[in-house]
Write a protein that binds this ligand. Sequence first.
Ligand code: SF4
Length: 337
Amino acid sequence: MFLKLNEIGDKIAIAASGGKDSTVLAHIMKLLNERYLNRKIFFHWLLQRYDYGLDLFLLSIDEGISGYRDDSLETVKRNQLEYQLPLKILSYKDLYDWSMDDIVKEIGRKNNCTFCGVFRRQALDRGAVMLGVDQIVTGHNADDIAETVLMNILRGDIARLQRCTFIKTKSEETIPRSKPFKYTYEKEIVMYAYFKKLDYFSTECIYSPNAYRGHARVFLKDLEAIRPSTILDIIHSGEAFETSAESNPTNVTVPGVCNRCGYMSSRDLCKACLLLEGLNRGLPKLGIGNTEKLRKKHLDEKEKSIGEYSSSKRTPGNPFIQNFNDLKLGSDLKKPL
Ligand code: SF4
């Protein structure tokens, strides 16, 4: 599985949260990388098939959630020493000038995961660009993917429904992402971590009780109690949703980049910049749900002026967000001791 997802010599960023999934992923990738690099010495004829030769990094995002992420990042730092991999940590506060604690104070505990998910996705891409990696691997397991399929069905989000079961996503504008644990049950990962005595952080996010995903998880567990194959069945159902762009006009997106930060976007403003715009202007609902009317109402005027400052590194609307084109290897990369 790992061999099919990577090319020999790839630079790979492992998205590390300190949780069980990313800890097991980092452990296995490090193990296989070293094991099959050594095989090269003894079995030259196997080189094509078995050599990994990967350049591995840990990439962590600090969302700024007191009592949760600060503790889990300590686990990541311990694992960095244990696995001897370079670590880069990017924080929402540094990138966006808003931590999740600040955002929850502003918007309350509804929709906070929308902000967190959009910002994390972009933060990971920013970190990957800084590290100059070829690919990001994440620890999403089969349970996570089945939950996402359910959520996309419940929201009627056909475009995401098609994409969410891809084991590797790739577009010209973003760094490829892969989910090597797509078919691995959460319980298998927990058992592996337990028997290997891995150091991982197991506390739930303090803002998760209100997350929509939680309802999908409970529903999935109920289904699994009746039919044990439910999780893989749902993933296979998701894979079978092959809807063409012609039959789904909502699925037609024109690739492009955000005028403000240079991130991949089919609109003038990417979702992260739109959410930031709302936060900075005291209109946090600006980027939530069906944004078309609000976008039009509040951004028409602003978008006229975007062209004037889109070439600058730091934009007036979002003074902390740096253009993607200006990112480079950060000097704060923690090297293994
Ligand atoms: Fe972020 Fe929500 Fe996950 Fe907490 S539960 S880390 S707020 S996405």
